[in-house]
Design a protein around this ligand. Sequence first.
Ligand SMILES: [Zn+2]
Ligand SMILES: [Zn+2]
Length: 768
Amino acid sequence: MTEPKLKDKNWEARFEKELFSKWNTEGLYKFDIGSPKKILSIDTPPPYVSGHWHPGAVAGYSLYDMIVRTARMSGYSVYFPMCLDRNGIVIDRATEKKYGKSMHDYPREEFIKLCEQLITEYGDSILEVAKIIGMSCDFDNVYKTDSEDYRTLTQATFIDLWKKGLVYEDYRPSNYCPSCKTVIADAEVEYEEKDTTLYYVYFKVKETMEKVEIATTRPELLCACQAVLVHPDDERYGHLHGKNIIIPHYNREVPVIPHGYAKPEFGTGIVMICSFGDQGDVALFRELNLEPIVAIDTNARMTEKAGKYAGLSVTEARKALAEDLKKDSLVFKEEKIMHRTPVCERCKTPIEFIMIKEYYLKQLEYLDDIRKQADKIRFYPPRNKQILINWIESVKIDWPISRRRYYSTEIPLWYCKSCGRTMLPKPGKYYRPWIDKAPFRKCPKCGGKEFIGETRVFDTWMDSSISNLYVAKYKKDKQFFKKVFPNMLRPQGRDIVRTWLFYTMLKSRLLLKKRAWKYAFITGMGLDEEGKKMSKSLGNYVEVRPLLDKYGADSYRFWAAAETKLGDDFRISVERIEGASKFLNKLWNISRFISMFEEREKPEHLAEADRWILAGLEELVKGCENGYKEYDFFVPANAIRDFVWNVFAPHYIEMVKSRAYSGDQSALYTVHTALKTLLKLLAPICPFVTDKIYRDVYNASVHKEQLPKAQKWDRKLTRLTEKVIEFDSKIWKEKKEKNLPLNAEYGAKVPKKLMMFETDLRAMHKLK
Ligand SMILES: [Zn+2]
Ligand SMILES: [Zn+2]
């Protein structure tokens, strides 16, 4: 027996920083493409650069790191890139907000500079947190989605898609965010229940001058009404079939069409169809072949079609028109209702459907293919694949990929000034057509020598959806691609299945005719303690840095593993994180005790109690194996905690103490074997505390070890565990009832079934 090799009395978060820099200087996680080991590569989600990192996301990235560490300790060489997402509308909007001015009020170049400045201000706080939580990725090669290199690949793959005939331009009704001032894809639309007013308005039947009542939430769209519908079976309105209705205020006539879309129970049962109040209108215009009337322009203001309301914003026009209708006694009732309103995912502004010309990437004809590919991808947990399938089933239009924004990858196209021909540059270079000189001498069609550069940019998912190709060095390093692409895993949150997951699968299918990855790991979302979405505006936001500073990364990681069923949402609880730190301290304390003793060889005969705990340990290893295989860290985290907390520390360590102090070979062999096994088992989840103990006690890094593999064990022994717990608890309880200290001598008999442990139990309880 010597001084404990673990000097400090408690596990402290401050050890983590020192360990992290040790890992770095030792190059512990360096990826070696030439290694003979099997390769697993990770399509790491690039966290969006902003001032802070959501605690739920930090938990997610901790889980991704556990996958990587599990794979490494299972014999894989893991390629684990790190990255930052710095493209898109979010940066634009944050910059606009900061300076209180719309980007369209700046020269484009100046605005882009301001965006770059803001990104620099946000700085590397995300990378700092990634390091603090112990991510074992390559911090020397962090890629950024707004780098010239990345944007070059986005543009090169777009050029490929164009050449394959998969891109087209079309003038059609599109989701339009009046605040972001751009078209957005269906995947970027969310729905919110919003208060709105349902106006009951009098219309007239042209043929009979009969009054009919129509309810609408969008009176400002009266000018764009092209039909009214009644349900074919609605007996109240059978007589209106084939007649025409006069629109109030505009005095235009439109047909009454019997159609199942009209719901007899909503409003008055008659519904007006306008271009475009909602998705339903868009579909009906197409189906009924109606001529759209463009009532709203790209600034979300009313056009001249709205008559005297032209130039007003949509909401202003709604109010004004409703007032005018009321003055003319044409509104006979108003009703407050909750309305399921489509809003922009980023800024929550209700979207409009406006006619606009945009570029589209074909996806409708590939939906079946993508569904088939989903069957070839292994999902963790398998049930989360359904989120993707549900989305695929809801896709109704091709993907609008052009955006009218600034801080994004430019669409690499020019147009001949004289004949309008679209000119495609050669791939392999980063193009900014709004400012760069056109890379062509003359138009092959008309010989024109002047070109106009495209000013629009890509939807940010056009960049993100090639992340798997970018990290695999597609179009750059064939050998690397060949080795790294086939065994790739995509970890990500459930909230971006319909965008990032789906679009990446689409792109890989269109470009390579291949599945995007072999595995997809889908995590749930971090919610507050009451299960509500956590956000700064709701006031329930928890900053992650103070938590990490106080409890350390391993507590956070252990909590993330132990509290989250694979793929489910989870609640962020400071109390639980604190609880996790208590467990780490427990582990530290027993390790410190064991570290007083020299490790010994396995003796020829092991004491019965040692055989018993080693059997228990094998059972634990088996349980952990099952969890690790599924990347379900909930299983090993809870199994290890339960074993250490409820069996190993209170019962076995107490039983073995007296033999350990007397230098018994079997005892010393067993305590060290058990400790090493526990540390290796826990290393993917808590890389700091396990490595600190392993280094201090065994002079090596636990991260170079392999995960233990379960051996057969004697189940007769493990069945005794309950009996041991029962007996010990009984003695403790009796001593307490008699006000005896736990180390007092006591008269009791060891039960028959536990006679094999008699010596240890007698020593432990000081039985007379
Ligand atoms: Zn928006
Ligand atoms: Zn031309």
